[in-house]
Design a protein around this ligand. Sequence first.
Ligand code: NDP
Length: 243
Amino acid sequence: MAETTKTALVIGGSRGIGRAIVERLAASGFDIWLTYRGNHAAANEAKAVVEAAGRSCRLLAFDVADRAATRAALEPLLQERCPDALVFNSGIARDNLLAFMQDAEWDDVLRTNLDGFFNVSKPVVFEMIRKKRGRIVVISSISGQMGQAGQMNYAASKAGLIGAARSLAREVGRKNVFVNVVSPGVIETEMTADLPKEHVLPLIPLNRYGTAAEVAAVVDFLCSEPHMYVHGQVIGVNGGMAI
Ligand code: NDP
């Protein structure tokens, strides 16, 4: 069957930054394969927004930390077609100082944020290499670049993603598969709702939190721009918090 529209596979597209990415890519003409873990109501809301933009949206619920479940969910899709873009956005935080960190807090974050990328990207990249075409955008975090007290698990997973993406970029660039990282600072989402704003704002030269739409705009550029020579880069969307 002729592939007439572009398709984006957005991992963790149901809420927050992922939801904004899905909306923005749909507005840019992508059909969406939207994955999430369990929040069916949020996923259905995101689907409705994509469809209102005139694009199709398929929902898939699975845990990216579960390798077998991830492969089982993605394989039938990949047999149908290879997505033009993969955005790995899913992520969790379980903050604690190392002295108090529970084994499960370390394991859950690393398995979801870092193993999850391996679980998803391996079958997708295989197809992109065969097609000699693809865009991969990984959502890291400023914590992965700078470190953050109370986030050793999260920062390690996000720094790991940067290393993984840079290595993958070196592997697949000559196959016309672009790999880049978007590294948000503090973005207005559920994840940051409880931060003490009076302490955080002085650290941000723009003196405000970012929006999910501002992250999505950069992701859209990396997925859509036809004149593309950006590869293996970590692009901060942080209001100048890391300069
Ligand atoms: P949210 O918690 O709002 O949304 C997370 C998304 O990932 C949801 O779609 C969720 O699905 C999905 N998800 C979470 N865990 C799993 C899992 N185990 N398997 C499959 N899907 C899963 O996150 P944010 O929008 O705040 O953050 C998005 C990304 O941006 C994350 O990677 C985060 O680390 C990163 N980031 C966020 C910042 C911020 O300020 N918010 C700053 C820097 C980076 P479901 O709805 O079913 O739970």
